[in-house]
Design a protein around this ligand. Structure first.
Ligand code: NDP
Length: 244
């Protein structure tokens, strides 16, 4: 399916690496003007080197005030991808208050905040828009050592639905993609061990993890008019994991 986002302005968080970076580049290839937000300047430098039309914004999204300041002049945005997240593995009994707060700050609170900033503009312009949150299969299934991460993604799924409910009347659609494991930096952190990977792979009917581009394709679909009646869904990109 070919997508055209010509004339649209898109903002992608966590665009320095992995799924976010590939999404930013794909949106630019499809004609969108892209604002790429992440916290490592070197990643933004290399992204702009790869695609000169991308506008970089360097900020730690876990910092509410810094995010507010960094995005205040970002201008009109039609398409938002809330992709940035952190995942730290810890047995439940070892989870600390700091780890809990940092994860919720980035994976949930920043999604709420960035969506507020962008959606206020969409509503004021009356031109509608589309938001895609990058959730996970871990929002709906327990994964050992991922207590906090699973909880953030469960919260994100419900946030997606409530924002969809409230912004629908303004023709702003809000959906999520919920991928299985993808071998990005984050994926490698949890699933490089072949025995552990096998335990997950045996639960995926298609018998493999997802490729970055497969997640990007689903994000582009949900951003595009090809899904213009789809609102408030949490779309598995998981080879059937959640069906079992
Ligand atoms: P990566 O770790 O490869 O990339 C995450 C990106 O987000 C990095 O550029 C990172 O920057 C940025 N980021 C993280 N925290 C912040 C922050 N506080 N402020 C600004 N930017 C930040 O992750 P993936 O590409 O794998 O993951 C992307 C999304 O997909 C996440 O929401 C994740 O939960 C989800 N997902 C991933 C899966 C996987 O197996 N990989 C499976 C299911 C869902 P920096 O490197 O500088 O920290």
């Amino acid at each position: 399916m070919d997508f055209s986002f010509a004339g649209k302005r898109a903002l992608v968080t966590g665009a320095g690496k992995g799924i976010g970076r590939a999404t930013a580049l794909a949106l630019a290839r499809c004609g969108a003007k892209v604002v790429a937000v992440t916290r490592t300047q070197a990643d933004l430098d290399s992204l702009v080197q790869e695609c000169a039309s991308i506008t970089p914004v360097c900020v730690d999204l876990g910092d509410w005030a810094a995010t507010e300041a960094a995005l205040q002049d970002v201008g009109a945005i039609d398409l938002l991808v809330n992709n940035a997240a952190c995942a730290r593995l810890q047995p439940f009994l070892e989870v600390t208050a700091d780890q809990f707060d940092q994860s919720f700050d980035v994976n949930v609170k920043a999604v709420l905040h960035v969506s507020q900033i962008v959606a206020r503009g969409m509503k004021a312009r009356g031109s509608g828009g589309a938001i895609v949150n990058v959730s996970s299969q871990a929002s709906k299934r327990a994964v050992r050592d991922y207590a906090v991460y699973c909880a953030t993604k469960g919260a994100l799924d419900m946030l997606t639905k409530v924002i969809a409910l409230e912004l629908g009347p303004h023709q702003i659609r809000v959906n999520s993609v919920n991928p299985t494991v993808v071998m990005t930096d984050m994926g490698r952190l949890g699933w490089s061990n072949p025995d552990k990977a096998k335990s997950m792979l045996t639960r995926i009917p298609l018998g493999r993890f997802a490729e970055v581009e497969e997640v990007v394709d689903s994000i582009l679909f949900l951003l595009s008019d090809r899904s213009k009646m789809t609102n408030g869904v949490t779309l598995p990109v998981d080879g059937g994991f959640l069906a079992c």
